[in-house]
Design a protein around this ligand. Structure first.
Ligand SMILES: Nc1ncnc2c1ncn2[C@@H]1O[C@H](COP(=O)(O)OP(=O)(O)O)[C@@H](O)[C@H]1O
Ligand SMILES: [Mg+2]
Length: 381
């Protein structure tokens, strides 16, 4: 197959957070070199990459120079300007393509694509003015959630509207940003499917993962999710359709709501490895990061088999409030793995690391990971 990038070659990663770090670790394990590009230095990815370039995403000369030095480029941060992906693509293959970024980095474009392709989503409306917000609320009802169309993550740029009279206060939080209003989904559970598509169109997935959020931030993921077979099949078919529909080469995660009647709605897409897939690093034959590498390099995709049930708990900066967490206490759980991202400043809500537990059942893994996380901040007086 043409376009195959073999070990020894250099992979470029746009963005430099924990996703790039775990990708770089997987790539270096297989003998690739990794270059990373972002506006920062001493980053989670830069710390484990061969080369760390510090430049602005809008500095297209720097982007071109970076792209010329790598055999293939991918990204771990999807909010890069379209011009950045285009400039890079003129120099080297970019996988997944900039068009995938373009669709998934903007909630309105994303939901429009999903609707037109026949995937189920909650009702939504474009909001560029207070009048449009009021009109949207009249159609969608309350509660609803107003989100910035671009740039949101971890619940940032979102406000829930429970009464129509709160419209103007909610609109004010948007500032000048374009917004999207979504009907609130009273879900039974949140689930995700992390999947990969190769250059030859091959498709693999990690099954359904159950996700619990705290303050709009992912808190706990468990695999496999305890959902009926019919729901699992439907969720995987949605993922397959999305990756095919977008022509993804790489990993993409579909976040979904499972409603009380057993039906699924797509919440959003992430065109890259996803926080809910971190448990694949310890629990699966091939991690989501190695899968991303294989896909963008044109290699055959690896087995997604789960060796044991697993659960992942995020470690946010809040955990540092009383001093350095007690890492040895977590390591005292022999089936728990500690992952830290090398971030220097533990701000509240900042994802600093995660724990993964393996168990004989998903429930046992979840109990272990919760206990290990609690042990981190239980200090002896
Ligand atoms: N329309 C909605 N109905 C119910 N809950 C929602 C809705 N939109 C977002 N949420 C909650 O907020 C979380 C974060 O929102 P999401 O749209 O996934 O943004 P992001 O993850 O980019 O911050 C979701 O996982 C879910 O828990
Ligand atoms: Mg989300």
């Amino acid at each position: 197959m043409s376009g195959v990038v073999l070990p020894g070659a250099t992979i470029g990663v746009l963005g430099s957070g924990q996703l790039g770090r775990m990708f770089a670790i997987a790539a270096r394990r297989m003998g690739y070199r990794v270059h990373t590009f972002s506006p920062d230095t001493d980053t989670p990815t830069g710390q484990v990459a061969d080369v760390e370039i510090q430049a602005d995403y809008a500095d297209l000369d720097a982007v071109r120079g970076f792209a010329r030095d790598v055999a293939v480029m991918t990204f771990e941060f999807e909010n890069v300007p379209a011009a950045t992906a285009e400039a890079a693509a003129a120099e080297t293959p970019v996988r997944p393509a900039g068009s995938v970024l373009h669709t998934s980095q903007h909630r309105l474009r994303e939901k429009t694509f999903l609707t037109q392709a026949g995937f189920p989503v909650t009702g939504f409306a474009q909001v560029r003015s207070l009048d449009e917000l009021r009109a949207g609320l009249a159609v969608l009802g309350c509660p609803a959630v107003l989100k910035t169309a671009g740039w949101g993550y971890d619940g940032k740029g979102q406000v829930k509207i429970t009464r129509p009279e709160d419209a103007s206060a909610a609109f004010a939080t948007l500032g000048t940003a374009e917004g999207i209003l979504e009907a609130w989904v009273p879900f039974e559970r949140e689930v995700s499917v992390v999947a990969a598509r190769g250059m030859d169109g091959s498709f693999v997935h990690y099954g359904v993962i159950a996700n619990a959020h705290e303050n709009h931030i992912l808190d706990l993921s468990t695999a496999p999710a305890a959902v009926p077979d019919r729901v699992a099949r439907e969720a995987v078919e949605i993922a397959r359709g999305v990756l095919d529909g977008l022509g993804v080469v790489g990993v993409l995660c579909v976040e979904m709501f499972l409603r009380h009647d057993g039906s699924l709605l797509v919440n959003e897409l992430a065109p890259r490895p996803h926080n809910s897939g971190h448990l694949t690093v310890d629990a699966c034959v091939t991690s989501q990061f190695e899968q991303q590498l294989r896909a963008i390099c044109g290699l055959p995709l690896g087995s997604t088999e789960h060796l044991r049930p697993s659960a992942m708990a995020n470690l946010l900066g809040d955990l540092w409030a009383g001093g350095e967490p007690d890492w040895a206490a977590a390591c005292a759980y022999p089936d728990v793995k500690v992952h830290l991202y090398g971030k220097l400043v533990p701000r509240p809500d900042r994802k600093m690391g995660h724990l993964t537990a393996l168990g004989r059942s998903a429930a046992e893994a979840q109990a272990q990971v919760r206990a290990a996380r609690a042990a981190l901040s239980k200090r002896t007086p």
